[in-house]
Write a protein that binds this ligand. Structure first.
Ligand code: IVH
Length: 700
C-alpha cells in the first residue's frame, strides 16, 4: 500500500474503531461482534507497524480499554489497570511462551483461567468491609458503580478477614438470566440486549440500583490488585486466598506445567464452552509464579506474564481485492470475493461467496470494500456486511457478466431463481464440476482420484464424462506425469473396487439437482421396495453377465444384496410424478427434478453406460433397525470418537434422517466442537441439542 493510501486508511480505521468503542463501552450497544472490532484493530496495528510515522497518541491501539460515560462519579484507580494482549491461535500462544521464557530462569508453570465475558470491576474492601466498586474506565480512572455492584448477592459485604483488599473480577449475567431478561424486554416493548456481556454492563451502569438487583448478576474474582499477604507466591495462591476470604472464584482454572498442556486446555474449552451456564470468550493464560511475573515486566499496554487467548471468531473483517465467477455443476454462476487472507473460525480464509447478483446489489458490495465475513462449521465463508464508513471513493462497482465466463455461451436467469446459469450443457466448467462431484467423498469416493487428478485427466482429454473414468487403461495413465507402475496399478484397482457402490452414494454421484445425501437415501429405499425387473433392457444391451442381472435383488456370496442399474431405470421410469413427490423424504422440489431426470433419454444413456462398465449397486445398508424412527438429525461441529460420515451412517442405519440445515422439523442437533450458526439456529428454534455421547446412548 502507498504511504498516502495507508495514511487515509489509518484515519478511517481509527474513526471507525473509536465509534464502535464508544457504542460498546459507553452506550452498551454492540453494532458489530467483538471479533469484528478486534479484526479492525488488528488491521490498524499492522498498518501502524508498517507506517509507524502515522501513529498518533489518540489511536485506539495506543490506549487501554474504554471511555467513561460521565454518568457516574469518576475515581482514580490505585494502580493503573492494564489489559491483556490477545492471541488467536496455538501458534501465537507458543510465540508468547518463546518470548517470556527468555526473561526468567527456571521452569515456568501456568495457571489457565476461563476468560469470563462480562464487565471488569474492581472492588475495594477496607477492614474487610465492602467500600467501593469501580469499572475499569480508561484504566486510570473508573466509574463508581458501588450502588449497583453491592446488590449482587454473591459479593459479600464483609470478608472473612478484616483486611484491606483491592481485588478485581468479572461481573457476568448467567445465560438463563439473560434469556429471561430479554423475554421481559420484549414483553415491555423494549430493545433486547445483544449478549449477556452487554446486559451485565447495562445493568451495572444504571443509576437506579434496583435494576441491577433484579437482574440476577454474578461476580467471579480473579485478580488481587494490592499486595495483602506476603506468604502468597503464586496466582493459584491468590485464587485460593480470594476464596478463603469468601469471594467467588471460578473453579474451572487449572495449573499446568507445559505449553502443550496449555494449548490442549484452550482447545478443550473451546469445545466445552456451551456446557457452561455463562459465556466465556477465551482462556486467560497466566504465569503462576508471582516472582517470575514481576521479572517479566510490562509492555506499554499490558503485563507480559499473561495473555488472553480468544476462541476462534466466526466473524472477522477483510478487504475485497477482486470478484471472480465460478461455474458450478448445475451451470449456476456464483460470484466469489477474492480477499486479503484473514483468520476466521480458526482458519485463514481468502475467498468468500457473494451468492448471487441480487445479494451483491442488496449489500452494495464493491471491489476494494472492507467487509465483515462469517464462517460457521464447514459452510463456505460469506460476506455479511460492507463497512461503508471505510470507503475511500476508489471502490469499484462490479458488473455481472452477460455471458458464461468459462465457455462464453449465453447465460439465463429463471424468473423464480436468483442464479444465472450457463445454457451450454457441454460447458467445460459444468463438465469438470460434474466429474469432480461424481468422484467426491460422498459419491464414488475413489481412492487416489482427487480433484487435481480429475482436472489433469480432463485437461489431457482422457476423461470427458464420469463414464470415461471406468474406461481408463493402463497405458492412458502411464502417459501422465508421475504415473509409474505402482501408482497406475493402485488407481486402476481402486477404480475397479469403486464399482461396487452403495445405491444412495450412486444416486448422489449422478449430481441430480437438489438431490442431497438424505434425498438419495430416501429415494433409494423406495426404489428397492418397488423394484421392476428390466428383462427387455438386458436383452437390448448385449453385455456379459446378462443372466445374472435378471433379478433385481440377488444374494451374492458375501451376503451383500445388489441391485442392477437397469432395474433402477425401469423402476424409476415406472413412477408417476405424483408418486415420486409423495415418497417419504422427497417432496415436490426434488420429486419434479427426479421425474424429469429419469425421463430424459440423455440421462438414461448415461446410466446404461455405467451399467455396461460393471457398476453394481449395494443395498444391504438400507435395512434400518429403526431405533431412531424417522427422527430428523442435523450434525454440527467436529465429533470426538467418530467422523461425521460415520455418525451419519449410524443415524441412517438406525432409521433416522440426516439434514444439513436446522429447521422447525429438525428433531435433534448433534453438536460437536466448534459448533457455529447451526447451534445458534437450534437454540432459537428450541431444537433439542444433544452431544455425541447422548446420540450413542439413544442407540443403546
Ligand atoms: S486477568 C492484569 N483473568 O479479560 C490482568 N482477566 O484483558 C487483569 N477477563 O479486561 C485481567 N476473565 O475483564 C483476567 N480470568 C480472567 C479473566 C479476565 C475475563 C477479562 C478482563 C480483562 C480482559 C483481559
Amino acid at each position: 500500500m502507498h504511504k498516502e493510501e495507508a495514511a487515509k486508511r489509518i484515519e478511517k480505521l481509527k474513526e471507525k474503531i473509536k465509534d464502535l468503542n464508544y457504542k460498546y463501552f459507553v452506550l452498551d450497544k454492540s453494532e458489530v461482534k467483538e471479533s469484528v472490532r478486534d479484526s479492525l484493530k488488528r488491521d490498524l496495528i499492522n498498518l501502524e507497524n508498517e507506517f509507524p510515522e502515522f501513529i498518533t497518541e489518540d489511536s485506539p491501539t495506543q490506549r487501554v480499554g474504554s471511555t467513561l460515560s460521565g454518568r457516574f462519579r469518576k475515581v482514580k484507580h490505585s494502580t493503573k489497570k492494564k489489559s491483556l494482549s490477545d492471541v488467536f491461535s496455538a501458534d501465537e500462544i507458543r510465540e508468547w511462551y518463546t518470548r517470556i521464557k527468555k526473561l526468567v530462569n527456571g521452569k515456568i508453570e501456568f495457571v489457565c483461567e476461563l476468560k469470563l465475558d462480562g464487565l471488569n470491576i474492581t472492588v475495594l474492601y477496607e477492614n474487610g468491609v465492602f467500600k467501593r466498586a469501580l469499572t475499569r474506565g480508561n484504566g486510570v480512572e473508573g466509574e463508581d458503580v458501588s450502588h449497583s455492584v453491592r446488590t449482587i448477592e454473591s459479593i459479600p459485604l464483609s470478608l472473612n478477614e478484616e483486611i484491606d483488599l483491592e481485588a478485581s473480577g468479572e461481573v457476568i449475567m448467567p445465560k438463563n438470566s439473560f434469556e429471561k431478561l430479554n423475554k421481559i424486554q420484549v414483553e415491555k416493548g423494549k430493545n433486547e440486549f445483544a449478549n449477556p456481556r452487554n446486559a451485565a454492563a447495562g445493568s451495572v451502569r444504571q443509576l437506579d440500583p434496583k435494576i441491577a438487583a433484579s437482574r440476577n448478576l454474578d461476580m467471579f474474582f480473579y485478580h488481587i490488585d494490592s499486595k495483602v499477604n506476603e506468604e502468597i507466591s503464586s496466582q493459584e495462591g491468590n485464587l485460593k486466598f480470594l476464596k478463603k476470604l469468601g469471594l467467588k472464584v471460578c473453579n474451572k482454572y487449572k495449573r499446568l506445567s507445559s505449553i502443550d498442556e496449555v494449548v490442549k486446555f484452550c482447545e478443550s474449552w473451546h469445545e466445552k464452552r456451551d456446557t457452561l451456564g455463562y459465556e466465556i470468550d477465551g482462556i486467560v493464560i497466566k504465569v503462576n509464579d508471582l516472582e517470575q511475573q514481576a521479572k517479566m515486566g510490562n509492555t506499554a499496554k499490558s503485563p507480559r506474564y499473561a495473555i488472553a487467548y480468544k476462541f476462534p471468531a466466526l466473524q472477522a473483517t477483510s478487504q475485497i481485492l477482486d470478484i471472480i465467477f465460478q461455474v458450478g455443476r448445475t451451470g449456476a454462476i456464483t460470484p466469489v470475493a477474492v480477499m486479503k487472507p484473514t483468520l476466521v473460525a480458526g482458519s485463514t480464509v481468502s475467498r468468500a461467496t457473494l451468492h448471487n447478483e441480487d445479494e451483491i446489489n442488496k449489500k452494495d458490495i464493491r471491489i476494494g470494500d472492507t467487509v465483515i465475513i462469517q464462517k460457521a462449521g464447514d459452510v463456505i465463508p460469506e460476506v455479511v456486511e460492507v463497512l461503508k464508513d471505510l470507503r475511500t471513493g476508489k471502490e469499484v462497482k462490479f458488473k455481472f457478466p452477460k455471458i458464461c465466463p468459462v465457455c462464453n455461451s449465453k447465460i439465463t436467469r429463471n424468473e423464480k431463481e436468483s442464479a444465472y446459469r450457463c445454457t451450454n450443457p457441454s460447458c467445460y466448467a459444468i463438465e469438470h464440476a460434474s466429474v469432480k462431484h461424481f468422484v467426491s467423498r460422498k459419491g464414488f469416493n475413489i481412492d487416489g482420484l482427487g480433484k487435481k487428478l480429475v482436472e489433469q485427466l480432463m485437461q489431457v482429454g482422457l476423461v470427458q464424462t464420469a463414464l470415461d473414468i471406468f474406461l481408463l487403461k493402463r497405458e492412458d495413465l502411464m502417459s501422465l506425469d508421475f504415473f509409474m507402475d505402482k501408482k497406475t496399478e493402485n488407481l486402476l484397482k481402486s477404480i475397479e473396487a469403486s464399482k461396487n457402490i452403495n445405491i444412495d452414494h450412486f444416486l448422489f454421484a449422478l449430481g441430480i439437482r437438489y438431490l442431497g445425501e438424505q434425498g438419495s437415501y430416501d429415494f433409494a429405499k423406495y426404489l428397492i421396495k418397488h423394484t421392476k425387473k428390466s428383462k427387455k433392457r438386458i436383452k437390448k444391451i448385449k453385455i456379459e453377465k446378462e443372466q445374472e442381472e435378471m433379478f433385481a435383488v440377488e444374494e451374492t456370496e458375501g451376503g451383500e444384496e445388489k441391485f442392477s442399474i437397469l432395474d433402477m431405470i425401469e423402476t424409476a421410469k415406472s413412477f408417476s410424478m405424483e408418486e415420486i413427490i409423495n415418497i417419504d423424504g422427497v417432496g415436490e422440489k426434488i420429486g419434479k427434478m427426479l421425474y424429469d431426470w429419469f425421463n430424459a433419454e440423455k440421462n438414461i444413456k448415461e446410466l446404461e453406460g455405467l451399467y455396461s462398465v460393471g457398476i453394481i449397486l449395494k443395498t444391504l445398508h438400507l435395512e434400518s433397525e429403526g431405533k431412531l424412527d424417522k427422527k430428523s438429525f442435523v450434525l454440527t461441529g467436529s465429533l470426538e470418537t467418530m467422523t461425521r460420515d460415520q455418525a451419519k451412517d449410524l443415524i441412517k442405519k438406525n432409521g433416522g434422517k440426516i439434514h444439513s440445515t436446522v429447521t422447525k422439523e429438525t428433531d435433534f442437533l448433534v453438536a460437536g466442537a466448534s459448533a457455529g450458526s447451526k447451534l445458534k439456529k437450534a437454540k432459537e428454534l428450541k431444537t433439542k441439542i444433544i452431544s455425541e455421547n447422548e446420540l450413542k446412548k439413544m442407540l443403546g
